[in-house]
Design a protein around this ligand. Sequence first.
Ligand SMILES: C[S@@+](CC[C@H](N)C(=O)[O-])C[C@H]1O[C@@H](n2cnc3c(N)ncnc32)[C@H](O)[C@@H]1O
Length: 265
Amino acid sequence: MPIVKITNYVEYYRHLATSPDIHSISGRGDDVAATKYVNSRILAALDPSPDDVLLDVGCGDGCLLEMAKGRAKECIGVVPTGEEQSIVHAAVPGVRILVGLAQALPLESGSVSKVSCNSVFLYLESENEVLAAMKEIGRVARPKALIFIGEIPAADELTHFGKYKGDSVIGFLRHQLRQSGPRAFMGAAKTVALSSVGKATLLLNSATIFHASPERFIAMAEKCGLKHEAHFKHMRLDRSGTVVESPFRYSYIFSKNAPISPPSG
Ligand SMILES: C[S@@+](CC[C@H](N)C(=O)[O-])C[C@H]1O[C@@H](n2cnc3c(N)ncnc32)[C@H](O)[C@@H]1O
């Protein structure tokens, strides 16, 4: 693979879907246990029953759908590209996998009763895109539906973790040297050399990450007709199997506001 320049996360995940390991589209590398842990917490929060239609927006490797299968009347996944759809469809039989964006869901209004959208909103390009996705989730949800929106950073993670954001090879090498020193620079230079002859992949990503404080995120959701039920720090498993609280990410539970019935009499 050569040097791949990415300007938005839909393209990033389209690229990951070409990897031989389906789990890479969970965004957690090959750490299957970490993905199972996160999705088991979502499943516990949504607690689907045989009457429910469960929708997973940005369903990654289909982990939540696989775990929820048989517990809900129907399980539906949405992914942004046909590349992801083909591999998730093959890996998780018995569920519908649709191509669409969180901002324009390919579903009828009021058709689902439980929604998960985990680790997706941070990849939307602007506050307007986030508002559009919230409205779409509200549109497809039935009144009183339960909605889990997870892993929203409260701060700019890319800056905090010193990740390179840009599309320049020189900029990337300079960043590695400044950020992590000569050893990391040498490693990065080797990756650049191998990538330029097609023997490795260098992803240069210039996309931004959405972040919002809990107060701001809840206000945005309530503007879109979602009622705040709870929010808490995101919990994840590290490589040693220890549960760790995320320093920045929060997860939220909302319900869809029921329409106000006119006063009788
Ligand atoms: C980090 S993975 C999360 C997967 C899964 N929800 C989980 O938590 O294990 C992000 C997923 O969101 C999808 N995605 C990215 N942008 C999207 C968008 N605008 N609309 C819907 N899905 C999107 C990616 O393709 C990928 O499947």
